[in-house]
Write a protein that binds this ligand. Structure first.
Ligand SMILES: CC(C)(COP(=O)(O)OP(=O)(O)OC[C@H]1O[C@@H](n2cnc3c(N)ncnc32)[C@H](O)[C@@H]1OP(=O)(O)O)[C@@H](O)C(=O)NCCC(=O)NCCS
Length: 213
């Protein structure tokens, strides 16, 4: 065997190794969305039982490690069409820090519609642009990969930060469910926001991306 042949084999091995290691991720300007993994459990538990975070989400009861693991085991195996849902991890593009999760649920193949949900976990990471960026990337996936036609969300009337982030990502106000949420002893109006594929594609037509690796 010639030296050149051995060198070529070596280079091909590195190339194939890199391909096999490549993970499918979608990039924004400062985040990337990747598959949620069981190894994310510790990062999730760091902030999940903080009421400051959970007051804006659907449940405010304490979550045990075991319950969170069970949720994660299911979330990591969801198939958007079979299970009608998909949850991805949000990661800082540069530092790879786990930032939170973003989801599409009640995905309807008939109506080409889904509901959107997101949480940036560490309070220190709020209002730094991560949420808007992750929302744009998830909408890109919803419209360009899943082929949905509309995405809607519900948020508390008082959650002005979330509404600002959603507006920046392209959501519009679509209505209110009066007293639709019960948080810390009080009923709150829940704001409904939505976005259509045609609106998103005006900003991100086919061939464009939210961000690069
Ligand atoms: C909602 C959430 C995803 C938004 O992500 P984020 O990274 O914090 O938001 P962004 O930095 O992208 O955008 C927030 C915007 O709201 C603004 N903002 C912050 N607090 C605000 C307030 N009280 N009133 C109005 N605007 C506010 C910020 O200045 C920023 O706008 P700017 O970029 O023009 O300055 C994140 O805050 C979060 O996960 N919060 C906890 C859980 C939650 O609320 N989930 C959503 C449930 S519907």
């Amino acid at each position: 065997m010639s030296k050149e042949f051995i060198e070529q084999c070596f280079l091909w091995n590195i190339f194939i190794f890199n391909i096999l290691q490549m993970k499918l991720m979608y990039y924004g300007e400062c985040v990337c969305l990747r598959a949620l993994e069981l190894e994310d459990l510790d990062d999730i538990l760091k902030h999940w039982n903080n009421l400051e975070l959970r007051q804006y989400l659907s449940s405010q009861t304490p979550m045990s490690r075991q319950a969170e693991r069970q949720w994660l085991e299911r979330a990591t195996t969801l198939d958007p069409w079979r299970d009608g849902g998909m949850t991805l991890a949000i990661e800082d593009k540069k530092t790879k820090e786990f930032l939170g999760t973003v989801s599409l649920f009640t995905i309807s193949s008939q109506h080409k519609a889904a509901e959107f949900g997101i949480a940036i976990h560490n309070p220190e990471n709020l209002s730094k642009g991560y949420g808007t960026d992750a929302t744009r990337v998830m909408l890109w996936i919803a419209f360009h990969i899943l082929g949905l036609n509309s995405v809607f969300l519900r948020t508390l009337d008082s959650n002005k930060r979330a509404q600002k982030a959603y507006e920046k990502a392209g959501f519009k106000n679509a209505g209110v469910t009066r007293q639709g949420a019960f948080v810390k002893g009080t009923f709150h109006d829940a704001i409904i926001m939505d976005i259509l594929k045609e609106e998103f594609l005006k900003v991100y037509p086919p061939g464009t991306e939210v961000g690069k690796p």
